[in-house]
Design a protein around this ligand. Structure first.
Ligand code: CA
Length: 457
């Protein structure tokens, strides 16, 4: 897993700006999920949803400021109890104090908080250690060393969790000059003026002009017009992002090669994903948090020799809440009833259960978060539409800030408007679809045991 790696920066997903041959290998030898969605597009909550197989209102990890209790049931704990050796190396970001340290792992070595790209410090059961080198290389080395230490035929579950490509996008020396003489094309919606949108889009501090000198790693040249400066900032941002991704790709290749060398590749499920998506200049933004497509969509590539057909594609809606049950199902372990997802194993086998969900539920809790000022919202995405309610209320969530503002709604027809430019909410000809989606949203709130905000109560 990586941190903030948008699927549209993976060539297997048709990236128009970079090549990722090693990640593509997983897709070519396995299955690519085209509609894997994050139920709360931000680091800490997504990681908790993945580990626990529950929505954030159930596991309590609603915002960046809600560390995960180590007493919660997670899939690594259940795998370990069934005889799997378990380990996690790299990004944890679910709390740094002892009551939040990784539990359910035979071995762990994790970055405190966001961690550093260069010469990172790690938390370990024996205390902090500093490793020389570049985080993506070091995390892969730790993973490979652990794999080599296992007895032959020992079942294992390894979580190799990169810090990259999280802000501030610091490349290693090997990739520092990639793209130097190239111009990366701006995305189609780069100059979005938010003409049909609600207040949230205008308020978000995710624009190119919000990138700091630390992000840009150079002073802004003198004498540029505002438009020229925005374009210059995009080039600085996207090139460093892609350089950092290139290192993930190389290290993924190393890890895949190691599975071959160890002779376990044929009997190992390999999963590549990221904790959420990311804006790569779409709508003029960097960052995530919003329920819009680029941020909502997670990469999900799964190689499972003998089960998954090579080069297959899944178009069904799946979410990060489904991961835990999938891993348990693959290991023939019964999932606890409290888990709220569905095993993806039938989809991986090329079957579609008749009652597979045709919608997903989203909720971002951290109203006016200190860094990006994104408003709290919830919504439903179906195979054709998206309804978003910006309920604009901190609801006393840690890290959320007031005051509350009146709720506002957005509606998108994803078939006619895949880039989500035309908010159709309130249009007279949209009443029927709005009613259907509102009913579905209420059903999902109830089905996931969530408490609706006042405007939907
Ligand atoms: Ca993240």
């Amino acid at each position: 897993m990586s941190d903030d790696h948008a699927s549209h920066a993976i060539s297997a997903y048709g990236s128009r700006i970079n090549q990722t041959p090693h990640l593509d290998r997983i897709a070519n030898e396995g299955m690519r999920f085209n509609h894997c969605y994050c139920t709360n597009s931000i680091c800490t909550p997504s990681r908790a949803a993945i580990l626990c197989g529950t929505y954030n209102h159930i596991n309590g990890v609603t915002t960046l400021d809600t560390p995960m209790s180590s007493s919660l049931v997670t899939y690594p704990k259940l795998l370990r109890a069934s005889g799997y050796a378990t380990a996690i190396f790299g990004k944890w970001h679910l709390g740094d104090s002892p009551e939040h340290h990784p539990s359910g792992f035979d071995e762990w070595q994790v970055l405190p908080g966001q961690g550093e790209y260069h010469n990172p410090m790690f938390l370990t059961p024996e205390g902090p250690v500093t490793c020389r080198g570049y985080a993506t290389d070091v995390i892969t080395d730790l993973s490979i060393d652990w794999l080599r230490s296992l007895p032959a035929d020992q079942p294992f579950a390894l979580m190799c969790h990169h810090k990259a490509p999280h802000r501030p996008w610091e490349p290693d020396t090997a990739h520092a000059h990639m793209y130097e003489d190239e111009h990366i094309a701006e995305p189609e919606t780069f100059w979005d003026d938010y003409a049909t949108r609600t207040a949230a889009a205008y308020a978000a501090r995710c624009q190119m002009m919000d990138l700091t000198e630390t992000d840009l790693k150079a002073p802004v040249p003198q004498g540029l017009s505002e438009e020229e400066e925005i374009s210059w900032r995009y080039q600085r941002y996207i090139k460093d992002y892609l350089r950092v991704v290139a290192s993930i790709d190389d290290n993924t290749g190393r890890l895949l090669d190691e599975l071959d060398t160890l002779g376990v590749a044929d009997n190992t499920i390999v999963v590549y994903t990221s904790d959420q998506g990311f804006f790569l200049g779409e709508h003029g933004w960097f960052d995530k948090r919003f329920m819009y497509e680029e941020s909502l969509n997670m990469p999900l590539l799964v190689r499972w020799p003998g089960v998954v057909e090579a080069g297959s594609v899944c178009e069904e809606i799946v979410t990060n809440v489904d991961f835990a049950q999938t891993f348990l199902d693959a290991a023939d372990i019964e999932a606890p009833l409290a888990m709220q997802g569905r095993s993806l194993v039938p989809l991986l086998q090329g079957q579609r259960p008749n009652d597979w969900p045709e919608s997903m539920y989203y909720r971002y809790w951290m109203h006016r978060d200190r860094d990006h000022n994104v408003f709290s919202h919830l919504g439903v995405r179906t195979t054709t539409h998206k309804l978003i309610c910006f309920y604009n209320d901190p609801l006393s969530q840690p890290g959320a800030q007031g005051p509350a503002d009146p709720p506002e709604w957005e509606l998108y027809d994803l078939e006619a408007d895949p880039f989500e430019i035309n908010n159709l909410y309130g249009h007279p000809d949209q009443e029927a679809i709005t009613a259907t989606l509102t009913t579905e949203l209420r059903r999902l709130i109830q089905a996931t045991n969530d408490t609706p905000p006042p405007c939907l109560g």
